[in-house]
Write a protein that binds this ligand. Structure first.
Ligand SMILES: NC(=O)c1ccc[n+]([C@@H]2O[C@H](COP(=O)([O-])OP(=O)(O)OC[C@H]3O[C@@H](n4cnc5c(N)ncnc54)[C@H](O)[C@@H]3O)[C@@H](O)[C@H]2O)c1
Length: 341
């Protein structure tokens, strides 16, 4: 069988690193990596081609589409939540216009190839917006269709792009004389906060958990920007990558939704600090809540109901809280910072 060609945008980011490494281990898919920043050697070695460029550059996307027949697009490039809140217009340009450009490219390619192209889209729990802490506590796990009232630019961008994906798959140019629906196969995951041992996050509002861990391993003090009782869902990076791959592999007829919650564990910030202190007794973590960032995290749910993902495509995280810390995060960050010492 000929290798498939995959386009991975934002390949130089946190998920991109995990995804490219995993795909390289798995099969012979040809990966074309696109990122604003020149992808680093780990990505370059594993990809058929790396391109430094902007997803806003339609001419660049046209050139890529003219050169390759993509079987799937993993559209990871985005401006994350904190950065998006600081630069909302830029966020809209990257997160919305950039996604629109890729959807246009994918649907045009699908028409040309006369076969569906899969479009994998990492959305976020930032699409949810609980009005206050009492409602958040009372609600518990949220289902996909509840509380979609985001209060951040990033969450609004993500929710709109989920809906754009549905439009491009189901209703694209529905007034045309000849309507060709179904050529785009759009699949989205709403990720919780992700914790990677290999990379340090930048620009997200769930970054306090990974930052705490990496700071402790590096022997640095850490001031946590949320209250100790703050609770949102998290996931270990290998599970996030596996979720993307499993959703891509799922037979289309088994999917009852375009957008799925995926969850794993949901420690409070003080429970994360406790785990970090157990592993690194010298860790200097203290809590200095930033009122403005706190309000945002408080609007995100304590957990997600991912029963649809479990039922439709057998979603099952490999890492619960114990296993994530004991078998993945602590050993890998310890090794990483010992090497850098
Ligand atoms: N990390 C998380 O906790 C998390 C949680 C939920 C959803 N997500 C989503 O997953 C995706 C990947 O997240 P990540 O954690 O790897 O983020 P990241 O910030 O580490 O990576 C994003 C990458 O996109 C690139 N990029 C930004 N603007 C670009 C542009 N205009 N053109 C081309 N490339 C551009 C950046 O250079 C970066 O390498 C994003 O869509 C993000 O919203 C992440």
């Amino acid at each position: 069988m000929n290798p498939r060609t995959l386009l991975i945008t934002g390949a130089n980011g946190e998920i991109g690193h995990g995804l490219v490494s995993r795909l390289a281990e798995l099969n012979g898919d040809r990966m074309i990596a696109l990122d604003l920043h020149t992808p680093d050697p780990l990505i370059r070695e594993r990809c058929h081609r790396v391109v430094a460029g902007d997803i806003a550059d339609i001419a660049l996307l046209d050139t890529l589409a003219a050169t390759y027949d993509f079987a799937a697009v993993y559209h990871l490039a985005a401006l994350l939540s904190t950065k998006s809140e600081r630069q909302p217009r830029l966020a809209n340009r990257v997160n919305v216009d950039g996604t629109l450009n890729l959807l246009e490219m994918a649907v045009a390619q699908a028409r040309q190839q006369e076969r569906p192209i899969k479009f994998l889209y990492p959305s976020s729990i930032a699409v949810y917006g609980l009005p206050d802490l009492e409602t958040k506590r009372r609600t518990g796990k949220v289902r996909e269709d509840a509380w979609c009232e985001p209060r951040t630019m990033y969450g609004i961008n993500k929710l709109y792009c989920e809906r754009l994906g549905r439009y491009y798959e189901c209703y694209y140019r529905q007034l045309d004389a000849q309507v060709l629906p179904g050529l785009l196969d759009f699949r989205a995951l709403r990720f919780p906060g992700l914790i990677s041992a290999a990379t340090v996050p930048t620009g997200g509002t769930s970054d306090y958990a990974p930052e705490m861990l990496h700071a402790a391993a590096a022997g640095k003090r850490y001031a946590c920007f949320v209250r100790e009782d703050t609770r949102i869902p998290f996931m270990a990076m290998p599970d996030a990558v596996q979720a993307l791959l499993d959703l891509e592999a799922a037979p289309r007829e088994q999917l009852t939704r375009k957008v799925y919650n995926v969850g794993s564990f949901n420690p409070s910030a003080s429970e994360v600090a406790e785990r970090v202190r157990q592993a690194f007794p010298e860790a200097q973590v203290h809590f200095e809540p930033d009122a403005k960032r706190q309000v945002i995290v408080d609007s995100w749910p304590v957990d997600v109901d991912d029963s649809a993902a479990r039922a439709d495509w057998n979603w099952q995280p490999a890492y619960d809280l114990d296993r994530a810390f004991e078998e993945y995060l602590i050993p890998a960050v310890t090794k990483r910072y010992r090497r850098h010492a």
